[in-house]
Design a protein around this ligand. Structure first.
Ligand code: ATP
Ligand code: MG
Length: 404
């Protein structure tokens, strides 16, 4: 027998009153994005559940993908069968023989949502339990914590049988808490920051500053690959590449070396904020973490942040590097982040940046620039592309093993 659908139970959103349908629709669209690599899969949502119809697609990689999507509490692969007693009996027998091993315990949890059906839930348990004993006489029935709890639900349109309860990622559906701009370098921290924002339902658009020819196509691809990893948690992400060469060259020529970093970061912040406003984002998200490098002292944060009153969310600000690395490894971004392509900041980084930049000095040096014109030119020249999930390599190899 083949699973026909995966039943998805909604997470925290079940408590969210009148916004409920809006949340569910977000989740549905996110699931559609994430599963877009499986062309036969169809998704439908109602108030209580989301149904993922497999239409012949292997359920295993689909389950693996769904396990990462925020807003899902749990999921169960389900067999859909005809609502006839003899069909139910033979299906239950087939499923249980497939699962059987010595010492296995089980129970049947029948449920009759269609009250016209000839057996009520108690009778369902009896008849189907009996059918299992008929073919597997050594199996044990156990009401409390059995190895297999076979759920059989009779509904209007058909009967549904399931026995696996798989834990979902929890969190909130991406997009249910509005949208923010994630400043993504190619480092370890910003993808983790993005992941943590996604977890609490913040949709992200990625802003990446590139300075060709100082930065290589490899550095750009790295940022895109990191973004693609982030699409697994809630669907497609807009990737906004900002040309930053002109500004970096100008800063290098006009500002004292100790202030390069602060000035660079203030330009990044201004440009990101401008893009945010144009695209109706509510916040900026970055990967700053306290004390790692000179750019990340409180004084420095203050000087950089002074160019905007937009809230800047720093999900990893108080984490230790090792804690951040643990998450990066868990979400599979670490290996990409450590690829040796230098980003624009590494290349222009001064040997000894100011750890306590004075705002009055910063502003004095900035008088040397036509800030508005530089910002506008960068914003007007952005290159935007949509990044969607791809079949993961490990899933592909699993598919290949299945074929053999
Ligand atoms: P990361 O590991 O994310 O690169 P980091 O610890 O190296 O962070 P910095 O290099 O000081 O820290 O950068 C601080 C933050 O500034 C980054 O986390 C990121 O949000 C943003 N940032 C830095 N460089 C870029 C870039 N080229 N494009 C977009 N954002 C950037
Ligand atoms: Mg960095």
């Amino acid at each position: 027998m083949q699973y026909s659908e995966i039943m998805v139970r909604h997470g925290e959103l079940s408590t969210k009153g009148k916004n409920r349908m809006r949340f569910i629709n977000k989740l549905k669209r996110n699931i559609q994005d994430v599963l877009s690599v499986y062309p036969k899969v169809k998704v439908r949502s109602d108030r209580d559940r989301t149904h993922v119809f497999l239409n012949g697609t292997d359920y295993k990689p689909v389950v693996e993908s769904l396990k990462l999507v925020f807003g899902i509490q749990g999921l169960s692969p389900v067999y859909k069968v005809e609502k006839k007693v003899d069909v139910l009996i033979s299906s239950v027998q087939e499923i249980m023989s497939g699962l059987y091993r010595e010492g296995l315990s089980f129970k049947i949890s029948g449920k009759r949502s269609d009250h016209q059906f000839e057996l009520d839930s108690r009778q369902l348990n009896q008849v189907l339990g009996h059918a299992v004993f008929e073919i597997l006489p050594d199996i044990t029935a156990q009401m409390k914590n059995p190895d297999v709890n076979l759920k059989v639900e009779i509904r209007e349109e058909a009967a549904y049988i399931s026995h696996e309860d798989i834990k979902g990622a929890g969190g909130l559906p991406v997009g249910s808490s509005g949208k923010g701009m994630l400043m993504l370098s190619g480092g370890i921290d910003s993808p983790v920051a993005g992941y943590l924002a996604l977890k609490r339902g913040v949709a992200i658009e990625v802003v990446h500053f590139a300075s060709p020819p100082y930065t290589s196509p490899g550095a750009l691809k790295k940022a895109q690959d990191l973004t693609r990893k982030l699409t697994r948690f809630g669907g497609n992400i807009q990737f906004i590449e900002v040309p930053f060469t002109e500004i970096q060259e100008e800063i290098k020529n006009k500002a004292p070396e100790a202030y390069l970093m602060t000035l660079t970061r203030r330009f990044m912040m201004r440009i990101t904020d401008r893009i945010r406003a144009e695209r109706s984002g509510l916040v900026i998200i970055n990967g700053e973490s306290l004390g790692q490098v000179a750019s990340q002292t409180l004084e420095s944060m203050q000087a950089i942040n002074a160019v905007t009153s937009t809230p800047v969310i720093r999900p990893v600000v108080t984490m230790d590097k090792l804690e951040i690395i643990d998450i990066a490894q868990a979400i599979d971004t670490f290996d990409i982040s450590i690829q040796p392509f230098e980003d624009c900041c590494t290349i222009f980084a001064p040997d000894r940046p100011k750890t306590n930049p004075k705002l009055s000095n910063v502003e004095k040096y900035e008088e040397r620039f036509d800030i508005e014109a530089l910002v506008i030119r960068a914003v007007e020249a952005v290159n935007i592309s949509e990044i969607s999930p791809e079949i993961e390599k490990d899933t592909v190899s699993e598919l290949i093993t299945d074929l053999l």
